[in-house]
Design a protein around this ligand. Sequence first.
Ligand code: FDA
Length: 302
Amino acid sequence: MRTLLLFLSRQKQLRKWMETSAWARRLSGRFVAGDTLPEALSTCQRINAEGIAVTLDHLGENVASPAEAARSRDAYLQALTEIVKLGIDGNVSLKLTQFGMDLSLADCRSNVEQLVRQAAQLGNFVRVDMESSAYTDRTLDLVTDLHARYAAVGTVIQSYLYRSRKDVEMLCDRGIRVRLCKGAYLEPPSAAFQRKADVDRNYIELMNLLLEKGVYPAIATHDESIIAETERFVVSRRIPRDAFEFQMLYGIRRDIQRRLAAEGYRLRLYVPYGEAWYPYFMRRLAERPANVVFLARNLVRR
Ligand code: FDA
């Protein structure tokens, strides 16, 4: 089921049909904060009121023209300006294929650089999400390069990739902030662990490494046993609670979100918005195929 959903997530025709369908948009509302920036910003303010920070994601990936990439950049510049203007406790997360990486590396870099420069001027931060392993090298090169000049940028490491330990060590050495996640794409056995137990074991090893050697790492997971392991590790090493943060996705495991915030842990929610929601939505279904049954039941009830 996971493989099928991830395969469907890359189907362009299905994407076009779903993103223009009113009922499909209603379904995606569980994971997506709205179509527009004002809707997303008011969701962010509501989340901030619960003592939880945000990172705003203007949905979109694998854009097909330089004009589309430039529109994505402008949407992010505006989002960052509004975050600061409204005093929202938040930053932004982006995908390089949304900034034109498939079209021209130089143009993509220039688009991202404009945003990172603005973030540095505003005292804010840009997180570059990690996409499939076809992009890992280019993503790390671009982030390390921009970090050397602006510092206001970090990236993401996926524990399902065999290469990740080496990448974490490199990012720690350079003082670059890392968000650690398990990984959401379909990867071959030549690149990634296929068994959940191996992905989880690697996650815990990388989490320990980041908490000891990294700069303000983000532990991004909804996995209760890994969250418990993180809590145990920071207590045993006397790592202060303001030296790291947990991160979770908007709309997933509200129970754990509330508990972590109530216990005084730093928590940031990843808040996606925009009309290009289909690939993001399908990856969320693939992570927990029971979501398909849940959504189908809601649809029948309507
Ligand atoms: P796991 O999948 O093992 O799930 C543990 C438990 O969490 C499940 O049993 C269930 O209770 C709950 N859960 C998880 N996913 C759910 C869902 N979709 N619906 C309902 N319940 C769910 N990936 C990537 O490749 N690149 C990236 O840049 C990012 N960025 C990112 C940011 C943030 C803040 C988060 C939290 C995650 C990402 N991810 C990501 C996604 C990540 O790689 C991974 O696919 C998901 O977080 C699911 O993995 P878990 O760690 O939650 O564990």
